[in-house]
Write a protein that binds this ligand. Structure first.
Ligand SMILES: O=c1ccn([C@@H]2O[C@H](COP(=O)(O)O)[C@@H](O)[C@H]2O)c(=O)[nH]1
Length: 274
């Protein structure tokens, strides 16, 4: 099954558009992990196990592992998710993109080393920098379009003239990805929850393409506005990602139960507006 097929299956099977972001920050872990040399793996595993029934995807962010020299924990975490929760796709959030020979290595890192089902990629270097990811037809390539951060518009909103149109760069990215870059049908776009108007604009450009939507929870994105502006005609099309609001819902021994409650609450909130 391809990433996109697995995602569509999971949307239906779990009746959920929620993605739990796995962004370990050891300083925020409950006290019981203080002297645990494998705390990053153990904490993320517990969160994944507690929230699995409420999610369509998991999204580990690579910097949160690499900064602590915990790449092996990331490998084992993804292997654990595949073994224990088969059918839940894993999106590796790495925002890769480089000249072709290096991008080839990034694709091998994401898909062969880590066994991710999809990876986030930065389109700024152009199509050849993303091509090694696009070539993996069974894997997903989730391309930055209009990011959730406050400075997203600094470059992404710059007006450009291309292909006979004058419009913001992010709209040009959306059209390129949905058209020329999506030959294998394995692309998705990152559009931040913090920008409901842009979500609507990008949806109008790309049709039914899946969106990874970070920015609810800790970044304050409005769930109702996200769903109403960006869902597809069948009420799916979204991977609504939340990390800190779920991972650190409690700093006590009930962290896993609290994460499960937060994931279930987000699922129900989203489903109210689908
Ligand atoms: O536009 C983007 C792209 C990626 N992210 C990533 O998503 C999570 C958000 O974490 P929260 O704790 O839910 O705010 C994080 O891994 C970012 O690197 C994003 O926020 N915005």
């Amino acid at each position: 099954m391809t990433f996109i097929e697995a995602l569509k299956h999971r949307w239906q099977q779990a009746n959920s558009l929620v993605c739990v972001g796995l962004d370990p920050e050891p300083a925020k872990f409950p006290a019981k992990f203080t002297n645990d040399p494998d705390a990053i793996f153990a904490f993320c595993r517990d969160i994944a196990d507690a929230t699995a029934e409420y999610v369509c995807c998991f999204k580990p962010q690579i910097a949160h592992f690499a900064a602590h020299g915990a790449e092996s924990a990331l490998e084992r975490l993804i292997a654990h998710i595949h073994a224990t929760h088969p059918g839940i796709p894993v999106i590796l959030d790495a925002k890769r993109g480089d000249i072709g020979s290096t991008a080839q290595q990034y694709a091998a890192e994401a898909f062969d080393r880590y066994q991710a089902d999809a990876v986030t990629a930065n389109p700024y270097l152009g199509r050849d920098s993303v091509q090694p990811f696009l070539n993996r037809a069974d894997k997903g390539v989730v391309i930055l379009c209009r990011t959730s951060n406050a400075g997203a518009g600094d470059l992404q909103d710059l007006s450009i003239h291309a292909d006979g149109n004058t419009r913001p760069l992010y709209q040009h990215v959306a059209e390129k990805v949905a058209g020329e870059w999506n030959g294998h049908g394995n692309c998705a776009l990152v559009v931040g929850a913090t920008w409901p108007a842009q979500l609507r604009e990008v949806r109008a450009i790309v049709g039914e393409m899946p969106f990874l939507v970070p920015g609810v929870g800790a970044q304050g994105g409005d769930v109702e506005a996200v769903v109403k502006n960006a869902r597809t005609t069948d009420g799916t099309g979204l991977v609504v990602s939340s990390s800190r609001a779920i991972l650190y819902a409690s700093g006590g021994d009930d962290y896993a139960d609290a994460a499960a409650h937060a994931a279930r609450t987000l699922r129900d909130q989203i489903n109210r507006y689908r």
